[in-house]
Design a binder for this molecule. Structure first.
Ligand SMILES: [Mg+2]
Ligand SMILES: [Zn+2]
Length: 194
């Protein structure tokens, strides 16, 4: 049973591929799973600051039939095991398995949860009693910045993964609150502001 809490908490929403783990295109085998070197230390620092850490990730490889939804969950368990070995934890994972052009009919939909749409954070906020407007989104693409804008959070675009390219190619109408070299720099920026 959930204890009634009337205070919504700020959280840190982290993209997965290119942010926590190396972006290898569509990760379809755990043999290619590689945490970015500072990921464990950064998440542990956020844990110690009592900031919920929530991963929000588009996994259209499911809709495209590159891998099954069960593999996405298996990947998250594998990430959890590596984090736990370093004394860090993610509070929850939310993923979008959809894509309008997907091969599998049940996933080939225009959903409300594919970033930059807000569905993943909306669900997390309900489940975990979070306040998106006091939260942060960190990611390596403009979709992550757009997600932050969609929920009223602050956005940090980082230059790992596809972020180096993204930072060089501004999107009209979208501005990140900060551009940082990597997740460690983004976390420093966040920890000074909450
Ligand atoms: Mg990414
Ligand atoms: Zn979706």
């Amino acid at each position: 049973m959930r204890i009634a809490v009337d205070t919504k908490r700020p959280a840190v929403f982290l993209d997965r591929d290119g942010t926590l783990i190396e972006d290898v295109g569509y990760l379809a085998s755990l043999t290619r799973l590689q945490l970015i070197p500072w990921t464990i230390d950064v998440i542990r620092a956020l844990n110690r600051a009592a900031l919920p850490v929530v991963v929000v990730t588009n996994q259209s490889g499911v809709a495209r039939q590159y891998f099954a939804e069960a593999f996405v969950q298996e990947t998250h368990r594998a990430i959890d095991a590596r984090l736990a070995a370093g004394g860090a934890h993610v509070d929850a994972y939310y993923y979008c398995p959809h894509h309008p052009d997907g091969k599998l009919p049940e996933y080939a939909v225009a959903c409300d949860c594919r970033k930059p749409r807000s569905g993943l954070i909306d669900r997390a906020a309900r489940d975990l009693t979070l306040d998106p407007s006091r939260s942060f989104v960190v990611g390596d693409s403009w979709g992550d910045v757009g997600l932050a804008r969609a929920v009223g959070a602050r956005a940090v675009l980082i230059r790992t993964g596809t972020g180096g390219m993204a930072a060089q190619h501004p999107r009209s109408g979208l501005t990140a609150d900060a551009v940082a070299d990597n997740l460690a720099a983004a976390a420093s920026w966040i920890l000074m502001r909450c």
